[in-house]
Design a protein around this ligand. Structure first.
Ligand code: HEM
Length: 433
């Protein structure tokens, strides 16, 4: 059993290329080594195998017993907490997932339409006319507010205000491109853990969450509330137990961290691509005005294909796996390289073209379109995210005339765990409708 070959540069060089030029790095590996290759990152003892062929991805995701590679926990565990659904494994993970999934069921999403529309409209009303601004931070403001209202269910204006400020600071620090590198270097050279500062900041957030949970527990109308925190409070594990306050805190922070930046980035990229493709935009607008959403769904699928927000969603093998003629032994860390899987010419002709029409004839193929990962760990919030994106795109595009502030293409840059538009996609609001 041998791992597929990969770049021979030292781990520091591979890590730097991955952090600062991820697309070029993966693309070069694919051209040199094919669909499967092994990379070696700083701070890890063993190589990570990247795959991109849909059959290999299917095999990886369909095997339920595979665990998580340790990489997921580097910057997430100290903030999300030990009971986070995103970090637990095996039966502990499955029981959390089962308890959470009903709250995120596709049909439930409709009840958040009003909140999302209100948040988007208030945001649009604050945009300046005829002067350039980056749309990515504006989308972060929208998705943060949606999480505070629809997921946390906070209604008290003073608490909302305080939470908004605290979370914006915490999220800003976590998104620093250097944080992950600092953590890796600290581990490698035994320096003090940069996550300690982040943890400290999180305490004020925890206190506010605790206050919210306490009030909610005392609320006789808890069962009537439809925010996700209230649904998690009402959920029961198979043995009839409920989530403790500490666990509710961990899941809320997990939902915030997993759902806020990702959805904002997905929205920013969708605006970026639409504004660069006037044909697609002029096909979309009349459809939105007519209250339809077929092309809108295709636009979102295509944007998430071409600009996948999360680059990797890997597993640590619990049994051997065959990929591309290699037999990978138990214990190997394997991850789909999502951008590579999404830019295969055999699945997507002219893969680098933005062409929403390719998704009009049917849903994307399960293991060739994996912006939300797959299998038993597929994103819990996928239906929520796509619904939120549809509502926000509709509000903005039917109310605003937007254009790009410049013609320079937007580069893909890493922001902690996401691939985001480096300059935030600068736009100009040239008129309101
Ligand atoms: C465009 C937006 C989003 C993208 C691209 C995205 C992507 C992902 C990916 C790639 C994973 C890992 C899946 C895997 O390992 O197979 C994931 C997991 C997860 N996401 Fe999302 N996500 C988005 C929005 C959201 C939202 C809005 C929420 C909740 C409010 C959310 C909650 C979660 C949770 C809880 C997990 C952990 C699932 C598990 O480990 O079982 N995500 N997401």
């Amino acid at each position: 059993m041998t791992l597929p070959p990969g770049p021979s540069a030292p781990p520091t060089v591979q890590t730097a290329r991955w952090l600062y030029r991820p697309i070029e790095f993966m693309d070069a590996c694919r051209r040199r080594h094919g669909d499967a290759f092994s990379v070696m990152f700083l701070g890890f003892d063993t190589p990570m195998v990247m795959i991109s062929d849909p059959e290999s991805i299917r095999a990886l995701y369909r095997s339920r017993e595979n665990g998580l590679p340790p990489g997921r926990t580097v910057t997430l565990e100290p903030v999300m907490g030990a009971r986070s659904v995103l970090l637990l494994e095996g039966s502990e993970h499955l029981s959390r997932r089962k308890a959470m999934l009903p709250a995120f069921h596709g049909e439930r999403m409709r009840q958040y339409e009003t909140v999302i529309s209100e948040v988007a409209r208030a945001e649009i009303a604050s945009w300046p006319l005829d002067s350039a601004f980056p749309i990515h931070p504006r989308m972060q403001a929208v998705t943060l507010e949606v999480i505070l209202r629809a997921v946390f269910g906070i209604t008290d204006p003073a608490r909302l205000e305080r939470m908004r400020g605290l979370l914006a600071r915490m999220l800003g620090n976590l998104a620093s491109p250097r944080l992950q590198l600092r953590v890796l270097l600290a581990r490698r050279f035994g320096r003090s853990d940069p996550m300690d500062d982040v943890r400290q900041e999180g305490r004020a957030v925890d206190d506010l969450i605790q206050a919210e949970i306490g009030e909610r527990r005392a609320d006789p109308r808890l069962a009537e509330r439809d925010d996700i925190l209230s649904m998690l409070m009402a959920a029961r594990f198979e043995d009839g137990a409920e989530m403790s306050d500490e666990e509710l805190r961990d899941q809320l922070i997990t939902l915030l961290l997993a759902g806020h930046e990702t959805t904002a980035t997905g929205l920013a990229w969708t605006f970026d691509l639409l504004l660069r493709h006037p044909d697609a935009l002029s096909r979309l607008r009349p459809e939105l005005e007519a209250g339809e959403d077929e092309y809108l769904r295709a636009v979102i699928s295509e944007a998430l294909r071409l600009r996948p927000v999360v680059p990797l969603a890997g597993r640590r093998l619990r049994s051997e796996l065959r990929v591309d003629g290699h037999v990978l032994p138990e214990g190997t860390d394997v991850t789909p390289a999502i951008w590579l899987a999404h830019t295969r010419a055999d699945v997507y002709p002219d893969p680098l073209e933005f062409r929403p029409e390719r998704f009009l004839d049917g849903a994307p193929e399960t293991y060739a379109w994996i912006p939300f990962g797959g299998g038993v760990r597929r994103c819990v919030g996928a239906a929520f995210a796509e619904f939120e994106m549809r509502v926000v795109l509709r509000e903005v595009l039917t109310r605003c005339d937007l254009r790009l502030a410049g013609s320079k293409p937007e580069r893909i840059a890493r922001r902690n765990i996401t691939f985001s538009p480096r300059s935030g996609t600068r736009v100009v609001l040239s008129g309101r409708r």
